[in-house]
Ligand binder design. Sequence first.
Ligand SMILES: *[C@@H]1O[C@H](CO)[C@@H](O)[C@H](O)[C@H]1NC(C)=O
Ligand SMILES: *[C@@H]1O[C@H](CO)[C@@H](O)[C@H](O)[C@H]1NC(C)=O
Ligand SMILES: *[C@@H]1O[C@H](CO)[C@@H](O)[C@H](O)[C@H]1NC(C)=O
Ligand SMILES: *[C@@H]1O[C@H](CO)[C@@H](O)[C@H](O)[C@H]1NC(C)=O
Ligand SMILES: *[C@@H]1O[C@H](CO)[C@@H](O)[C@H](O)[C@H]1NC(C)=O
Length: 505
Amino acid sequence: MKWSSVISLLLLSNLKLLECRKITKKANALLILADDGGFEMGAYRNRICQTPNLDKLAKKSLIFNNAYTSVSSCSPSRSALLTGMPAHQTGMYGLHQGIHHFNSFDRIQSLPKTLKRNGVRTGIIGKKHVGPKSVYQFDYEQTEENNSILQVGRNITHIKLLAREFLNNTEPFFLYIAFHDPHRCGHTNPEYGEFCEKFGNGDTGMGTIPDWHPIYYQADQIDLPYFVPDTPKARKDMVAQYTTISRLDQGVGVILDELKKSGHLDDTLIIYSSDNGIPFPNGRTNAYDSGIAEPMFISSPVTTDRHNQVTYSLTSLLDIVPTLLDWYGIDSNEIKTPLTGKSLLPLLKNEPTNTTTEAVYVSHTIHEVTMYYPMRAIRTHRYKLIHNINYYAPFPIDQDFYLSLTFQDMLNRTRNHQPLNWFKTLRSYYERPEWELYDLKLDAGELNNLAGKPSYKKIFKELQEKLYNWQKETNDPWLCAPHSILEDAGEFQDNPQCMGLDNVF
Ligand SMILES: *[C@@H]1O[C@H](CO)[C@@H](O)[C@H](O)[C@H]1NC(C)=O
Ligand SMILES: *[C@@H]1O[C@H](CO)[C@@H](O)[C@H](O)[C@H]1NC(C)=O
Ligand SMILES: *[C@@H]1O[C@H](CO)[C@@H](O)[C@H](O)[C@H]1NC(C)=O
Ligand SMILES: *[C@@H]1O[C@H](CO)[C@@H](O)[C@H](O)[C@H]1NC(C)=O
Ligand SMILES: *[C@@H]1O[C@H](CO)[C@@H](O)[C@H](O)[C@H]1NC(C)=O
């Protein structure tokens, strides 16, 4: 054979390979993420917060009643969402922006990269907050990296026009719309209010957002979640958040309208969720349910069996990548690291009958760079076990929550020996034991720590072992912390060991 024909054969087989890797299904997906969004919506039985568009989407979705993020912190959660790996496995241990500067390892295979390799056109509109660029690369990007975050994250008219531009294309797509609502903003942009609820509301100097009809709420009418202090200041804070949830909701409405106009309502999988718990005490940055439980809807145009039904199956945001790969028909082995999550598409047909072994896991290490507070946790249907690795240190508070009305009021009340009207004291919130074990059936608020109780010894051991195995499976560098040191190189390469410090007194 002449060289030229060898080369053309090679070229041909390469082309064939490339062709095989193109997805064959006519499949698109839209992932909509709220920023610090919680359950303040009709679909989750909130009586007051007006969310007709989310409620309408919920009616065409399977509604998740047991969905959890693997970490209650923005960038780590988004990196987990876009890789299917917990933060300790991606290297995104804390926030990405400014001095925090966390980034994933260069070798990580992210969802947008894998989709692109398979011929899916990828787009992100809104808050990206992960890096490096080479790992989290989308074909179409309109993010805070080169836009005002208020425009791409909160101006729903602007977001609509960008979505329209992205959707004006015939290739299979993945569109990730990451709203910045209902995140706090009083700490960076106090002129727009605690939650940027004034941005675009038509008042003098605030500009307008043509697609937004602001809704205002009465502080004394709302229902507070059990973990928010019942004080006038916290209520004031919360009604501002409600106003931005309604803006997010109307944003979801205009986006779904754009999807419909583009003709893709019938071939697009729609997922709605949020990155972490709401920015209130015991919420964001915590491993308690109030920090990790997330709203989630999955709306499939092809599997409509369970539209408007609720699933109680324990679900992790780590399941999103396997779900999307399944949806596009892409082999998950393409992501070289084995993933611990599972595709959620089977749930859209049937509720599992035996859920006794279901569990979700948490890996939190840092939020802001100064907030080193590694926690690992496992949650089953009945129990939660939290390992506070740095338990001698007080639980840290982030800058944005610190300046909030709610927290300032808690500090003032504590200083002045006034009642907090809260279910904890600041001291009990800051000071946490190494292990926390809760029976969620009897104690949903996670107040009665059962770790160390002789009658729970067996449960404790079982959960501890499962958690350890998951950490091992996901190569957690904190596997042996804090009482021993992990040695996994040199002579220990094939036989990693936790080597004792003799520091358990
Ligand atoms: C932002 O960057 C992307 C490419 O990374 C580009 O397509 C887009 O037009 C840029 N947007 C602005 C407003 O500069
Ligand atoms: C869609 O794209 C075509 C060309 O690719 C352009 O002519 C048209 O104006 C675009 N429409 C919208 C609504 O952006
Ligand atoms: C929101 O975006 C629209 C369209 O780009 C623009 O006309 C409007 O002025 C923006 N509103 C604000 C408050 O920036
Ligand atoms: C459920 O699964 C567990 C573990 O696989 C098993 O031990 C148990 O017997 C099953 N329960 C039922 C009701 O099938
Ligand atoms: C806390 O107390 C300080 C000083 O007494 C006061 O200026 C501030 O307004 C109070 N803040 C809140 C949120 O109550």
